[in-house]
Design a protein around this ligand. Structure first.
Ligand SMILES: Nc1ncnc2c1ncn2[C@@H]1O[C@H](COP(=O)(O)OP(=O)(O)OP(=O)(O)O)[C@@H](O)[C@H]1O
Ligand code: SF4
Ligand SMILES: [Mg+2]
Length: 332
């Protein structure tokens, strides 16, 4: 979580009207016949030491946004600025440096850790290639393992010898070995048991306190986001529909989609109705006109079908919904 001093700092990372569209090609000449609009006009900023949660159901564009930040996808339009400069104008050396400054942790460490490498090599490989080794490889590995709560005697073991939670600790050690400024955690705890999830979230928070990393924490689970994020952005079909400080959004949600996500969070001893929407999300290749949520929204009015609502201030955070002023929503 951010200190008072960090809150005052300007964002060091700015995503501006970003569109990550994947071309759909057909025919023997591979003609582009359309686009999958995975990320469609998303703006987001991140401050040093801040955790921004990105939440939304499968296919809403969370990973595509992360991959574009990592320069793994080229945007159709929009910009991402790192310390004021567009990352898409970076020359090769700057791109290499950015790829060190931003690290990504994935859901499935089993597939992202090379099964033929031992822990010593996994956690120090990046340091070697970026010239960051200031001590012996073994000492560096032991230091990193200590940071993530693993014993030094595991350095010669291989990924398959660990539990899911331990493997995620190894992934985290590898990520922090690069001394990153921003770590993108893409469903990093989703595959773990609830008790192990809590341990990994606490580890991420401790590391943030020690090193002032910023996190983008991607999850389809709002209760996980609630535990770690300073701010949250709720995504639906490539767009941010509600965003603001996590407590404000969760205590006073305005968008019907956010309300549905919140209704899915179990509260011990307080059973309550879960809001379930009709149908699956539409295809991001042919998103609905107007508000993209209108075919599933229980509160749709005429304007929702034709005019896209923009993200504007509603009480203490931002919402994209025509009816936000009326606040007349109830559970359907
Ligand atoms: N390389 C690609 N080419 C074409 N379409 C893609 C590609 N990668 C993702 N998509 C599509 O873009 C949309 C957004 O996908 P993305 O993986 O970003 O969603 P997500 O929110 O991370 O979903 P999940 O929660 O399942 O991980 C989906 O419709 C997906 O099918
Ligand atoms: S703009 Fe209309 S369709 Fe979209 S969420 Fe608001 S009420 Fe529902
Ligand atoms: Mg994803």
């Amino acid at each position: 979580m951010m200190s008072a001093q960090e809150i005052k700092q300007p964002p060091f990372f700015n995503i501006d009207q970003l569109k990550t569209w994947y071309p759909v090609k057909r025919g023997i000449f591979s003609k582009t016949v359309g686009f999958v609009k995975a990320v469609d006009n998303v703006s987001l900023s991140i401050k040093k030491g801040e955790t921004v949660g990105l939440v939304g159901e499968s296919g809403c564009g969370k990973t595509s946004l992360g991959r574009t930040i990592m320069l793994l996808e080229h945007p159709y339009a929009g910009d991402i600025r790192f310390k004021g400069q567009s990352i898409f104008s970076f020359h090769k050396k700057q791109k290499n440096s950015l790829r060190r400054s931003i690290q990504m942790i994935f859901q499935d460490p089993q597939s992202s850790l090379n099964p033929r490498m031992n822990v010593l090599d996994i956690v120090t490989e990046g340091m070697k290639s970026h010239g960051l080794l200031k001590t012996s490889q073994k000492d560096a590995a032991i230091h990193l393992l200590n940071e993530v709560g693993l014993e030094k005697n595991v350095i010669f073991r291989y990924p398959h010898e660990f539990s899911g939670g331990q493997r995620q600790r190894i992934s985290i050690a590898r990520a922090i070995s690069m001394q990153p400024e921003l770590v993108i955690c893409d469903e990093a705890v989703s595959a773990l048991d609830v008790s192990v999830q809590a341990q990994i979230i606490n580890l991420l928070k401790d590391l943030q306190d020690r090193h002032a990393f910023s996190y983008i924490f991607i999850s389809h689970d709002l209760s996980v986001i609630n535990h770690i994020s300073d701010r949250v952005a709720v995504m639906y079909l490539g767009k941010i529909v509600e965003t603001g400080p996590t407590a404000n959004v969760l205590n006073d949600p305005v968008h019907p989609y956010t309300k549905a996500l919140i209704s899915a969070i179990p509260i011990p001893g307080k059973p309550r109705p879960k809001i379930v929407f009709q149908g699956a999300p539409p295809s991001p290749m042919n998103p609905p006109s107007g508000c993209r949520f209108h075919p599933r929204c229980p509160h749709t009015v005429d304007i929702c079908q034709t005019v896209e609502p923009s993200l504007t201030q509603a009480s203490d955070h931002q919402v994209a919904c025509h009816l936000k002023k009326k606040r007349a929503f109830t559970a359907p």
